[in-house]
Write a protein that binds this ligand. Structure first.
Ligand SMILES: NC(=O)c1ccc[n+]([C@@H]2O[C@H](COP(=O)([O-])OP(=O)(O)OC[C@H]3O[C@@H](n4cnc5c(N)ncnc54)[C@H](OP(=O)(O)O)[C@@H]3O)[C@@H](O)[C@H]2O)c1
Length: 328
């Protein structure tokens, strides 16, 4: 048994009122999970959806928050690939109510990776969700080929900035779309070959100029709404849009007749684990890319453990990069 504190959602609504720090006990991990002493945990827009009761895969509170965490393994079930003392990062058992904003966290064994040397605690805590989601889109669901052009919406955000880097590592030419000069500068530092401000000027004309009128092969869309609607105009014939999320509040408005007449495809993306051995191979590949310096968590703000409710409220209008909580 391990005891410590965990931030738990007790009521939907304002995160600063509905999230409580509670004394909690963690039992030995069941098969398929491991227990870590948390050092860092990654944040993102899903926290906002969970606190508001708008996250599709979760029921009613109470439940722990935090989809991803990094730290040292303190307990494993018999037959685990991991050992006590391993330094790991992975996706928490948040769907079962156990999150990463806590002193201990259960990680799903097959969605966990040993942290490559050179990766900081902050990078490790913010690594799993962004890069696993980008991998689901750019490798599994809408594979991007070397030499193709990838347009990333929300490119200074958590999963967008990961897609930017993974896209570049896969050999694509990357165009980052973000709002404002600070976020554009951030994208340029994190793998963007070109940057486009969706708040200033004509986004379509700018992409047209970058692609010399050809359009883009793939749009990575965690934003939806009017920005995604505008991006659709820039898809090349036989191109694709990977539908990842709706940070704007609504998904991309798709028109089947437009898809038919302009010959493009929309692909839904849910980063969900595959068969265990294949899933472990995905994480090994991501760790290998990180170990070789081809991808790195685009860390933004780092928050204290006591600041979690305020930090989640702030995710509704995030600054550039991946927000991370330093737990210990
Ligand atoms: N399909 C999956 O498996 C999967 C996995 C993880 C996340 N997601 C989803 O992906 C979406 C993005 O998540 P994230 O963690 O990357 O979010 P994030 O870090 O908050 O980034 C979202 C970006 O969206 C843009 N944006 C536009 N309108 C916005 C608005 N009204 N409020 C907030 N941001 C807005 C912002 O960029 P600008 O300021 O530059 O416009 C922001 O940087 C969410 O819907 C999340 O649920 C899906």
């Amino acid at each position: 048994m391990f005891s410590g504190r965990a931030w738990r959602l007790v009521a939907f609504g304002d995160p600063e009122e509905g999230i409580e720090l509670q004394e909690t006990v963690w039992a030995e991990p069941p098969p398929g999970q491991l227990l870590i002493r948390v050092r860092t945990a990654g944040a993102g827009f899903p926290d906002v959806l969970m606190a508001a009761g708008r996250f599709p895969l979760l029921g009613a509170p109470p439940f722990g928050l935090g989809e991803e965490a990094a730290g040292e393994v303190v307990a494993v079930p018999p037959g685990s690939r991991f050992a006590v003392g391993d330094r790991v990062a992975g996706i928490t058992a948040f769907l079962e109510g156990w999150g990463g904003y806590a002193e201990y966290a259960y990680l799903r064994e097959h969605s966990t990776v040993r942290i490559p040397s050179g990766m900081t605690d902050e990078q490790a805590g913010g690594f799993p969700i962004g890069f696993r989601t980008a991998y689901a889109a750019l490798v599994e669901r809408a594979p991007v080929e070397p030499g193709q052009t990838l347009l990333v919406l929300g490119a200074a955000g958590s999963t967008g900035a990961a897609a930017l880097q993974l896209g570049r590592a896969l050999g694509a030419t990357t165009i980052a779309v973000a709002g404002g000069p600070e976020k554009l500068a951030f994208c340029a530092r994190h793998g963007a070959d070109h940057v486009v401000d969706h708040r200033a000027g004509d986004m379509t004309a700018r992409i047209d100029a970058i692609t010399r009128g050809r359009g883009v092969d793939l749009v990575y869309d965690p934003v939806g709404g009017s920005t995604a609607a505008t991006a659709l105009r820039s898809i090349a014939p036989r191109g694709r849009i990977a539908v990842v999320g709706l940070a704007s509040g609504s998904p991309v408005p798709l028109d089947p007749m437009d898809m038919l007449l302009r010959n493009y495809t929309a692909v839904g993306v849910l980063a969900s684990p595959g068969e265990p051995a294949a899933e472990a191979a995905v994480w090994d590949r991501l760790a290998d890319l990180a170990g070789r310096g081809e991808i790195a968590t685009p860390v933004g703000a780092v928050h204290g453990f006591g600041d979690v409710p305020r930090m989640i409220a702030a995710q509704a209008a995030p600054g550039p990069g991946k927000s991370v909580v330093r737990v210990a």
